[in-house]
Write a protein that binds this ligand. Structure first.
Ligand code: GRF
Length: 215
């Protein structure tokens, strides 16, 4: 099924990109990836895009004097690709004000915590230091504050005693790979709207909340 066209922005490994690529191979999935952009020339995710036959491009932040100039270049490339929704998937640059506004409610991010807890870097270390028993991951519309914006989907994941940041990251990543395609599907189906800075999901009991690996 053709559907909502996506641009996916990455900086590294690209496992969330892969979950979107895999979802898009299902003919019933209502979205397709038009373009993958990496700010890092050697990001492994670029190989994933190429292997899937998806157009991919490097827009290296080092080539731009300011984040505004970088944002303009990103915006042009995304618009030229025809993408309607921008998915940040491990994209490690702060976006400019203009970019965030231009793509308002058409720009989503995945973060490995149950926002608003533990935004920013080292989310798993933050969760372990706080001693929480449950953490998870969040897909949200992007606003200018770090990891802020209306929440579309979350998955809850238990913290086990003896967890390290790496073991917890592995468990949460599996959940990320489930909720990113889920959130994109809800948007592509036209079921997500933002009212008073809250994302509302139409026609759903609450499939946007996923509980994984209950203890
Ligand atoms: C993921 O944990 C994502 O939530 C965070 O950065 C990581 C990217 O991993 N924003 P990958 O590149 O998708 O494998």
């Amino acid at each position: 099924m053709a559907g909502l066209t996506l641009a996916v922005l990455i900086s590294g490994r690209g496992s969330n990109l892969q979950s979107l690529i895999d979802a898009c191979t299902d003919p019933a999935f209502p979205a397709l990836i038009a373009l993958v952009i990496s700010n890092e020339p050697d990001a492994k995710g670029l190989e994933r895009a190429a292997a899937a036959g998806i157009a991919n491009q490097v827009i290296n932040h080092r080539d731009y004097p300011t984040k505004e100039a970088m944002g303009d270049a990103l915006s042009r490339a995304i618009s030229d690709s025809g993408a309607e929704l921008v998915c940040l998937a491990g994209f490690m640059r702060i976006l400019s004000h203009d970019f965030v506004e231009q793509w308002r409610d058409r720009l989503v991010n995945i973060h490995p915590s149950l926002l608003p807890a533990f935004p920013g870097l080292h989310a798993h270390e933050q969760a372990l230091s706080a001693g929480v028993r449950v953490t998870g991951c969040t897909v949200h519309f992007v606003r200018e504050g770090v990891d802020s914006g209306p929440i579309i989907a979350q998955a809850a994941v238990p913290v086990h005693s003896g967890d390290t940041a790496d073991s917890l990251a592995d468990r949460v990543l599996k959940a990320e790979h489930q909720i990113y395609p889920l959130a994109v599907r809800l948007i592509a189906e036209g079921r997500v709207s933002v009212v008073d800075e809250t994302a509302l999901i139409a026609d759903s009991a609450s499939p946007e909340i996923v509980l994984l690996n209950p203890v």
